[in-house]
Design a protein around this ligand. Structure first.
Ligand code: NAP
Length: 347
């Protein structure tokens, strides 16, 4: 304990001296000694903690910005916020300072500026920030759900002295309502200066997610977009297609059906802007839509192909009954090319 103290103060030397003079009263000396070192240690721990804390400015303080900010605040970081709308009440509720004017925000000299706006508005929002008012070395991070777009945007818009960390926490307020443990956090250190201070600042930001138990996945922005078109965009698309069918909760729904209802809820709770951004700013999304279209057509072909074979046989063997069946079936499936083809074949 004593060796922790590099410069013992005079009062400590006095106590030390006391210890030798009053060897028979060790209890008295030990208690004072304990108080002294506890005080020193706790102050050292406080200093260490303060050093690891960041001043984070969340730009885009909507649904997701607030969701992240709650955890940043709980970990003791200093929070600043700025948004198009006035979210000052929500900011106050989590102990963040809200700045309506981006100049005021930047004059606070945050260590990290975290871009959490919609994908569609990111470029416009970035343009409104007076970058010259920030410290010359500032870390810019983003949490947009696509990655190549903000990477290129930040590289072209920010001065070369700024660090850039592109991230995508692959979870949201719905999927992470029970905590972040085990959920993937994708990041790409696009441009981090070589100085110890810059490396440490970036690592301290990443540690926020590590501390919550996220599964940290380092990958390039391009690889992220390739993989998420397949997983994320597909999930959101299916959720939104199902929502258009208006599925209802039924008391005897199977587990599979319940999963579909949850999917609708999970995806449709996010804004349409978010979904639209996934489509507009991920070049792999269009191809995915085409493949989805093709897969659906193939599946229908398979079903109607079977139906075609059965009807064809019946039409030859028992035309009257088959026509009745067709009429009934047409009611169910609407105009069906395969049925019409069968009828043409027979007539
Ligand atoms: P969002 O609809 O994608 O974005 C809402 C935010 O964008 C709000 O802060 C809003 O500001 C701002 N905004 C929208 N249009 C704007 C405009 N024209 N000018 C200025 N600001 C504008 O919904 P979100 O769920 O909060 O997502 C925020 C970001 O996090 C997105 O980039 C999204 O891809 C990413 N993300 C979301 C999730 C999720 O589960 N929700 C998960 C991972 C990543 P005001 O509120 O001030 O109007």
């Amino acid at each position: 304990m004593m060796s922790l103290c590099p410069n013992p103060n005079p009062s400590f030397l006095h106590l030390h001296h006391h210890r030798h003079r009053h060897r028979r009263r060790p209890f008295f000396v030990r208690s004072l000694d304990a108080a002294q070192s506890f005080d020193f240690e706790s102050r050292a721990v406080d200093r260490l903690n303060a050093k690891s804390k960041l001043k984070i400015a969340v730009v885009g303080f909507g649904n997701y910005g607030q969701f992240l900010a709650r955890t940043f605040a709980a970990q003791g970081h200093t929070l600043l916020a700025h948004s198009r709308s006035d979210h000052s009440a929500a900011a106050a509720a989590i102990g963040a300072s809200f700045f309506r004017d981006p100049h005021d925000l930047c004059e606070q000299h945050p260590d990290v500026v975290l871009l959490s706006t919609s994908i569609l508005s990111a470029a416009d929002v970035l343009n409104t920030l007076p970058l010259g008012r920030l410290r010359r070395s500032t870390l810019f991070a983003d949490v947009l759900s696509v990655k190549e777009f903000p990477r290129n945007l930040l590289l072209s818009a920010l001065p070369p002295d700024f660090d850039i960390l592109c991230t995508h926490p692959m979870f949201g307020p719905e999927s992470a309502r029970h905590g972040w443990a085990g959920l993937p956090f994708v990041f790409d250190k696009v441009r981090i200066g070589e100085s110890e201070e810059r490396i440490s600042r970036c690592n301290r930001f990443l540690e926020i997610f590590e501390k919550e138990g996220c599964r940290m996945v380092e990958m390039s922005c391009a690889e992220h977009d390739h993989k998420t078109a397949e997983s994320q965009f597909l999930t959101h698309t299916i959720g939104r297609i199902l929502a258009k069918l208006g599925p209802e909760d039924v008391d005897i729904g199977t587990k599979g059906y319940q999963t579909l209802l949850e999917l609708v809820q999970n995806t449709c709770n996010d804004s349409f802007d978010l979904y639209n951004g996934l489509f507009m700013y991920n070049k792999n999304a269009t191809e995915l839509l085409d493949r989805l279209d093709f897969a659906f057509t193939e599946l229908k072909k398979e079903l109607f192909g079977n139906l075609h074979d059965i009807l064809r046989k019946q039409l030859f063997e028992n035309p009257e009954e088959s026509n009745e069946y067709i009429a009934r079936h047409n009611l169910l499936v609407g105009k069906c090319d395969w049925v019409q083809a069968c009828q043409t074949e027979v007539t």
